[in-house]
Design a protein around this ligand. Structure first.
Ligand code: JDN
Length: 238
């Protein structure tokens, strides 16, 4: 799968794209990430990518021409790439969105800075996505998060293919508690059931813990007192 990131800060991504499983997946050719420097598409001698807002007010706005030119160049090489604009006004990203995107061949993430994008840019965009209900300094941290969550669902990126179905959010529940050696750490013991070797009982304990933890920490995932249901989280309706 190919990801293209259009950004004023390509350096933002360099460390993250080399680290861990994402770095491995890129080195193995399972994932390709192309960084497109938006500045190259800037206007005039000074390659401006932002300008003052019509109507006045504080802050600067991402100009339409550089962003649209960058998208057009990417789309010329790759006409069916899916273009996502990172903005706090987009659909809130979730495991369901990551699953849907992981089935695409090519995704383009457009990262902005400043107050936001010239509204007309939206005509070149397939969808808008937000990391959550907070404001970043720009779209880069959101794009990196979305690439990470999407790439790990691509076949072969994780060692163990079973591990994406058992984890938090994939079944709409939080994961059960994990323990590893030693059996006693600073006086705190590993639950006896996990040492029992009784796999049916271990499975039941994990299911109970998973449900109790979700009820305690994220009742919204169970459709109790939150806007989202667990089926929203799974992306069942997609
Ligand atoms: O929070 B964000 O996704 C975010 C996106 C943009 C921004 C600031 C924050 N400026 C331009 C896009």
């Amino acid at each position: 799968m190919k990801f293209t990131i259009i950004t004023l800060f390509p350096d933002f991504f360099s460390g993250a794209l080399q680290a861990g499983l994402l770095g491995k997946a890129i080195a193995a050719g399972l994932i390709e990430v192309e960084l497109v420097d938006l500045r190259k598409y800037g206007e005039g001698k000074h390659l401006h990518t932002d300008d003052a807002p019509y109507g006045g007010g504080s802050g600067m706005v991402m100009k339409a021409q550089p962003v649209v030119s960058a998208i057009e160049e990417v789309k010329r090489a790759d006409p069916d790439a899916r273009v996502v604009l990172l903005t706090p006004q987009g659909e809130v990203f979730s495991q369901g969105v990551a699953r849907r995107w992981s089935l695409e061949r090519s995704m383009v993430f457009v990262c902005g800075r400043y107050e936001g994008f010239d509204e007309r840019i939206r005509a070149w965009v397939d969808e808008e996505a937000s990391l959550g209900d907070f404001v970043l300094m720009g779209g880069e941290a959101a794009a990196l998060t979305m690439v990470d969550a999407t790439a790990r669902l691509v076949s072969g990126v994780l060692g163990d293919p079973a591990s994406t179905v058992e984890e938090s959010h994939s079944n709409g529940l939080l994961e059960y508690p994990h323990y590893t050696r030693p059996r006693v750490f600073r006086g705190m013991e590993v639950p006896e059931v996990l040492l029992s070797g009784n796999h049916a009982e271990i499975k039941r304990w994990r299911e109970e813990m998973s449900l109790a933890r979700t009820e305690e920490r994220r009742p919204d995932l169970l459709g109790r007192g939150g806007a989202k249901t667990s089926s929203d989280e799974r992306g069942d309706k997609e």
